[in-house]
Design a protein around this ligand. Sequence first.
Ligand SMILES: Cc1cc2nc3c(=O)[nH]c(=O)nc-3n(C[C@H](O)[C@H](O)[C@H](O)COP(=O)(O)OP(=O)(O)OC[C@H]3O[C@@H](n4cnc5c(N)ncnc54)[C@H](O)[C@@H]3O)c2cc1C
Length: 512
Amino acid sequence: MFIPDQTDSNAAIVIGAGLGGLAAAMRLGAKGYAVTVLDRLDKPGGRGSSVMQDGHRFDLGPTIITVPQVYESLWAACGRDFHKDVDLRPMDPFYEVRWQDGSTFTARQNTDAMLAEVARLSPRDVKGYKRFLKDSEACYKVGFEGMVAKPMHKLWDTIKVLPTFAALRADRSILGLAKARVRDPRLRMALSFHPLFIGGDPRKVTAMYALVAYLEKEFGVHYAMGGVQAIADAMVGVIRSQGGQVRHGVQVDEILIDGDTAKGVRLTDGEQIAAPLVVSNADAGHTYQHLLRNKARKRWTDKKLKSRRWSMGLFVWYFGTKGTAAMWPDVGHHTITNAPRYEGLLRDIFIKGKLANDMSLYIHRPSRTDPSVAPAGDDTFYVLSPVPHLGFDDPVDWARECDIYKAKVRAELEKTIPGFADRISTEMTLTPADFRDRYLSPNGSGFSIEPRILQSAWFRPHNVSEEARGLFLVGAGTHPGAGVPGVISSAEVLGKLVPDAPVVPELKVAAE
Ligand SMILES: Cc1cc2nc3c(=O)[nH]c(=O)nc-3n(C[C@H](O)[C@H](O)[C@H](O)COP(=O)(O)OP(=O)(O)OC[C@H]3O[C@@H](n4cnc5c(N)ncnc54)[C@H](O)[C@@H]3O)c2cc1C
């Protein structure tokens, strides 16, 4: 276990103000550390931050909030009430899935409504769907309750769950499980696509991810009024109330190491900040490849990181539309439209690294729920298309491809929101190249290292660094992985690994 030097300071540095970094700072603040959070962006939240443009608020990343108890317990650990700081609204329906033949599937919390949807699409699959729900509950109990917020840096902790994993057929992919339970190809997609929201290929990601169906059913799908930025801002409020600092526009260039121990950081402008406890919320790949570049590494060498399977990249087009609030009444807050191909498209994205002409899209229309996101009468949208990351041999040249691809997205989107393009008043895009440059995300990937079974738990970069004493990792690239509940839980793991702050000499004197 990490034991801070009692004669040293109680300072802690968190590199990155992503949701994982902010949650880490809150946990450390609650333990008595004097925390400084450092982020290169101009506001908190990382991928969960937003941009204001011409009266529209573009929430850049996460939109779906699940398992609210993860936030409630984080706030409670700091002696606060999450619901006093953030206005969380349950969504009903959760989202709608659409296919090219015009058929749809509306996901809801109510099990009878879900059974009716399954029966409407494919009556013979109702029984299989009920079995899938049972699978989902079992996976939740083992995978979420049993592992997500638990330290997994000891190999034994992973080995001991293997018999249960084997019993749950975790060797099978989530798509494999869906195929075993239902026959309709549309339902197979609707039961297996969720790992795409954390960067995993449903053909390869373990069936344990069936747990998402259970956690959605039990705890709902929510939206934070003001977007996820409102959660990030509230986190900063808690950190400041604990006496912590959050500094923006500062980039860490290197983690300073003395022998085998982290001693602080040096910023790109040369400023050095000392602390016996350093937590990196920068991507695990960036942390090891760049911030520890001058240290000989035992496990996370450049070669090992290169050989990991990285999550897919994202093409995201954000736009505001003028005077459209009453248009497209059938398009709700969350819509997913399917390409004609499911598995073939996944293969293009994850295996071949090929930018396909067809695409499945996630359409976010927060203006259906949140008036603060657009001027009155207008709409704010984002449309997201999963695309290959930049780590393939012949990566997509986004400087050349962005407008061409956007035109293809536009043609596809016209099927769902006809006439939208003529009403666009403001817009911006993010491509994998922007993810690389804005978030320092290796390979421009959307969600760090892909959550395959042999890249999860002990196999993922550990929360307590394998490379330097006093260095810890939180966020998407470490255990348990990407997604907002995942990165918040990584900070809960941190809280279990780090003891309360030492009583520093100045404080001892003050107390006497
Ligand atoms: C488009 C999109 C949609 C998503 N939708 C959902 C969703 O609906 N629900 C859900 O649960 N999840 C969703 N996710 C996933 C989720 O947003 C992420 O997994 C999560 O926010 C990642 O948080 P993080 O703590 O790992 O850090 P990040 O958000 O990656 O933040 C890391 C921070 O570190 C900073 N940084 C990096 N290097 C340095 C350095 N050297 N010096 C200083 N600062 C540095 C970066 O600027 C950044 O602010 C989505 C993600 C995206 C991109």
